[in-house]
Design a protein. Sequence first.
Length: 167
Amino acid sequence: MSDSNDPVERAIEQWSRERPDLEGLDAMAIFARLSRLAALARPAVEAGIARYGLKPGEFDVLACLRRSGEPFELTPKALVEHLLLSSGAMTNRLDRLEAAGHIRRRPDPGDRRGVLVGLTSGGRELIDAAVEGHVANEVALLSVLDRDERAALDRVLGRLIEAFDND
């Protein structure tokens, strides 16, 4: 048995020893590594966002509005669809962001019963700074990989996600 500090490698070695008949342990290792990576990276990503006084969900809403382009407004329904949230969860986020002065709600001139959610000038300044910091943080977290490795990983993960999305 290996004296590796890698718990995934240890688990795969143990399964190989105990169940040599199992095929596809490489797949088990990949999913275990993806889960472990997400768990290890999440606190660093969230800490980077927290430096701007935002929770990840709030960052997501502001980022969605910002990347939508001028006038940086969307309907709550569009936000729910883009961010894959329930309407209740979206309402809570919007309430917090509005109370903090980062967004505003106004009647939708194209729909008498509708509302548009938009960035305030302060919200736009905040998300612009937060996105810059977020990208820099993620680049630093991936600094162990060179540009070609990052591109290859992105392609492979994209193929996997596409396969799951098409099921």
